[in-house]
Ligand binder design. Structure first.
Ligand SMILES: *Cc1c(COP(=O)(O)O)cnc(C)c1O
Ligand SMILES: [Zn+2]
Length: 427
């Protein structure tokens, strides 16, 4: 059986090549459902090992190396790639692990993707599907990284790209990328949630294909963060996976990936997932602590602009991930985010603010007694340090509103003399 689209709410199914984003019958989110019975036995640890080290461009991609689990059955030249994935799984230094409060901390650095965030894995999936459908224009609302990634992938395969930002709340590096890659770039006078609502309406009315994380093919690509991480660990499942939550695409993709890997016998148990939201952008957390009585939305505010989202598209799928993995949700404030970021940066690894929520979240969950200090923990760093240079420089210059620069590394200015340098050394 071919892969199909399945509505997670009403269960209705659609052929894989029907041009739908959500369920036309009920509006529910769609899943790409694979025929796991057919894949069982074909998709093995050995198959993925054989592809490691190959220069074949599909085997070399950290997404398409796992293509049977993402978008099976296309001819080789149909897969769009720019060598995404293959990101480092760092072992945290003793100092950083100590800061987080756990003995075993690993950091999967998705900022090492071609455009500097995990969005490239999703776009490899989404743009490949856009090509299959024969669309000419792709569109997204973005806090910055989705647009940078979509602009790049669209340019690579000759699609027209239209990106929409909330005015004033997109980090510098991300806007620069979208403009540079040639996307039609539009600032909307509203926040991300207003921008996504606008783009959603546009995608219903105009001949454009939506590449926000409502798009199930994006989430298929993002599953490979889990698959590649487990491959790197020799398929040893950690106790916890800790991920920042904005539009909740990753949280959703991770749950689906893990359940599929378990059902295929590629892993023997499920890890627990912890989703970390910013205190000022915490709709999932609010619903979680009330045992899901209401679906909350908020007017979001946080320095971590990538997760400055008050009405997450993938709310229901993230809830499902939490059910599947006995997961938890917690929040961290901007101070905790920036302090954790300073620690990750000073460890030589570096990330953008939203990414640091994952390490701040580990610290909080250890404090609360949810994560045991001897647990085996993998945190996901979602974006690159250089995405948001303003946040870095303002933190270290102590010029961030309402934030204490706990770990500031002050820049010095000196006269060009040996004595001046000698004085710095003895300071
Ligand atoms: C998009 C993004 C997020 C949020 O991810 P979701 O899948 O929407 O929850 C977090 N961090 C960075 C750097 C991002 O670009
Ligand atoms: Zn439906």
């Amino acid at each position: 059986m071919d892969s199909i689209l399945t509505c997670m709410d009403c269960g209705k199914t659609y052929p894989i090549n029907e041009r739908v984003i959500t369920c036309p019958a009920c509006g529910g989110l769609l899943d790409v459902t694979h025929d796991l019975d057919a894949l069982r036995g074909t998709v093995t640890h050995e198959l993925f090992d054989q592809r490691l080290g190959s220069w074949n461009k599909l085997d070399h991609s950290g997404v398409w190396r796992y293509r049977e689990l993402i978008l099976p059955g296309l001819p080789e030249d149909a897969y769009v790639t720019r060598g995404e994935g293959n990101t480092t799984l760092y072992t945290a230094s003793p100092k950083l692990a100590d800061y987080a409060g756990v003995a075993h901390l690993q950091l999967k650095h998705e900022g090492e993707n071609p455009t500097g965030s995990f969005k490239d894995r999703g776009m490899a999936g989404g743009v490949t599907q856009a090509q299959q459908l024969g669309v000419r224009s792709v569109i997204c609302a973005s806090t910055g990284n989705t647009s940078a990634s979509m602009a790049s992938f669209a340019a690579i395969c000759g699609l027209q790209a239209m990106v929409f930002f909330p005015v004033g709340y997109v980090a510098l590096g991300k806007i620069a990328q979208s403009v540079a890659y040639g996307a039609l770039s539009v600032q909307v006078e509203g926040d991300f949630d207003d921008t996504l609502a606008l783009v959603w309406d546009v995608a219903q009315e105009l001949p454009v294909y939506l590449l926000n994380s409502y798009n199930p093919f994006r989430l298929e690509g993002q599953k490979t963060i889990m698959i590649e991480m487990l491959h790197q660990r020799g398929w040893r499942v950690p106790d916890w996976i800790v991920v920042p939550g904005g539009n909740l695409g990753n949280s959703s993709a991770f749950g689906k990936a893990l359940v599929e890997l378990r059902d295929l016998g590629l892993i023997d148990r499920l890890p627990r997932i912890a989703i970390i939201q910013a205190e000022g952008a915490n709709p999932l957390y609010r619903s979680y602590i009330e045992d899901w009585q209401t679906r909350h939305t908020v007017r979001a505010q946080t320095i971590a602009t990538a997760i400055r989202i008050g009405n997450p598209a993938n709310f229901h799928k993230a809830h499902r991930t939490l059910d599947w993995t006995n997961g938890v949700v917690t929040i961290v404030d901007d101070q905790a985010i920036m302090d954790a970021k300073a620690q990750i940066d000073a460890a030589g690894i570096g990330c953008e603010p939203a990414s640091a929520a994952s390490v701040a979240g580990v610290r909080r969950l250890v404090d609360e007694g949810t994560i045991a200090p001897d647990a085996d923990v993998v945190s996901i760093l979602t974006g690159h340090l250089l995405k948001d240079p303003d946040a870095v420089l303002n933190y270290h210059a102590q010029t961030l509103d309402g934030i204490e620069s706990t770990y500031a590394n002050h820049m010095k200015t000196i006269k060009p003399s040996l004595d001046a340098v000698a004085a710095l050394l003895t300071e």
